[in-house]
Design a protein around this ligand. Sequence first.
Ligand code: GTP
Ligand code: MG
Length: 661
Amino acid sequence: MKLYNFALYHETLLRSHCPSLMMMMTAWKRCCSKVLQSVIGSTGQQRTAANMCMSSPGPGDILNSDRRQVSIPEKRNHTTVIGRNANVCRIHGVVFRLNYGTRKSQVDAMSRTKQNWRSIAPCQRLISSQEIFQQRRGYLNCRQSSFLDSPLTRCFHSSSKRYRKDRKQPKERAEVTESTEEDRNPDIDLDSDVTYSEDEDEEYDSELDEEDLAEELYEEQVTLVTPKGGHKVVVVQPNVKWGAKKQHLTTGELMLAESVALVETLPHWKVVHTVLMSTKTPDKKTVFGKGNFQALTEKIKAMKDVTAVFLSVEALTGRQQKQMEEAWGVSVFDRYTVVLQIFKDHARTKEARMQIALAEIPYLKMRISEEVANLDQQRGGVRTRGGGGETFRELRKRVLKQKETAIKKALVRLKKKRDLLRSGRTKKEIPVVSVVGYTNSGKTTLIKALTGEERIQPQDQLFATLDVTAHAGQLPSKMTALYVDTVGFLSQLPHHLIASFNATLEDVRLSDLIVHIRDVSHPDTVNQKHNVLQVLSNLKLPQHLLDNMIEANNKIDLLDGESSVPEEDDSTVINISALKGTGLDRLRDVVEERLFEATDTVKTTLRIPMAGQQLSQLYKTATVQGVQVTEDAEHLDVDVIVGKAAFAKFMHAFKGKVRQA
Ligand SMILES: Nc1nc2c(ncn2[C@@H]2O[C@H](COP(=O)(O)OP(=O)(O)OP(=O)(O)O)[C@@H](O)[C@H]2O)c(=O)[nH]1
Ligand SMILES: [Mg+2]
């Protein structure tokens, strides 16, 4: 090994003067690689071992100007990378950190001399540094495919217009890439070494902008893989009976029922057992106390048909998850991953998809930090500097950051579009009513009933709606209002999941009125209301919106006696059944009344002279709803909806000639 390392140190020299020794070394190294490949799993220790051994250049190596390298086992169509920061790669699903040991002179010599390229890698091709970005993304995101198989088509450089242009023109791509490469490094002569496989050509075809990128990234993030026969899940619900973490408004049984509903929302996931387990310390590493954890482990191990455990806590750290998986012998999921997966399954629009991708980033960041901690603990290999996991973390964090920026940018663009639409609505003075509430409370059903919109399809499912949509409906005065359907809320939902929906929840913030719809037939309705109010207060809504909010007690048709939920006198609470249509007329009246208050508008009837400019003025400044000739045939009674300021101005301008009828 020492001889080998010595040889590596003088590799360039050896390549030209002693090819047979170099070949011997290469064969030795390949042999090491193959042995490693066969034994390497995914643990940090093995990765560290791989880092140590796969540290020397040879055929098929990736080398870059950062003086870092990685060895790739022999394979057809080797990819050779020249550029910056290609310091990590993935081989057959295993991540390798690149080694710092290669000397700059070696890399430079190889980069500059075509001869060397040929001798080292006759079947390799050179790719641009933009493509390296893609490979890094490939390493980070492609969980199944190997580094070499990952597509080389995407680029993180949003500024790299040229690259995108290349991809639009696949036939001319070879020349363009050539010149691009040469521009950057005139010493490299690429004429005969640049080859492209047909597969790669296809990948270059499709147009890709940041939104597409974000969408693709969304697809590639943590996805719960359902086994062929579906998942048979045991739901474990921690029940905090004492202390500050105790949930006062709900019970362990109700929380368990919600957890079961969550799991069963995922297609082919079936709950086969449930466990309600007391804990005093839900924040502890094992969530439960020692004795309870032991008892739980025995219980789960005795359940032979189980393929996964859903532990109903907000989010598990990577270490917790690993520890539990080792103890229980099956996959373990938390609320965050399950809810995120439901969101992914249900999101239809690009905006919702991007927001979900954004929501996942903090979770991934947390996991990366932990992985790094593990790797750093396990380092100790020769010729590694800065900690085994350091580069790994930097790279992944950088990729995540780029991704975050790309998504945020795309969201800002969409927000601008939304703002335009919103300003259009404001110009037309169409009032906006946001319908919010706990998931599955009947928001979509209510909007369908109020607007008569046929296309809306309510579903008996958690998080059926993830795309915020607006639908026009008529108020009793024939005035049009826009009802906004929103994403439902859920208890113990990590706040950044909700926060990631900020762009769409902006509509709620800017609406004129909020209707909070509750499922009063649900046994946990009080806790649900509490949760919704808490989320609304976290959204920092304007106080007047919260003060003016209407509460609609939905699904009263499911209650024993329809009067079992008392309505309050001040009409802030209205009993309805969105499905049966009960109480909707009253709700419309109250909505209109509140909208007038919120928008400083009055609805009135004005008596004006038949001859004069008053009527034309009213048409200009108010919404005229009806005109009747009075009995004396000299006046008109005009029903109008008009802003308070415009009304005062009108009355002042025609003082003595007009009055309220
Ligand atoms: N019996 C009864 N069922 C209702 C009523 N309103 C809604 N539902 C049912 O409740 C279920 C959920 O309704 P949705 O309108 O999809 O609820 P949502 O609040 O939009 O749910 P998410 O979008 O998932 O948050 C559907 O099966 C509806 O048919 C009602 O007044 N009475
Ligand atoms: Mg809905």
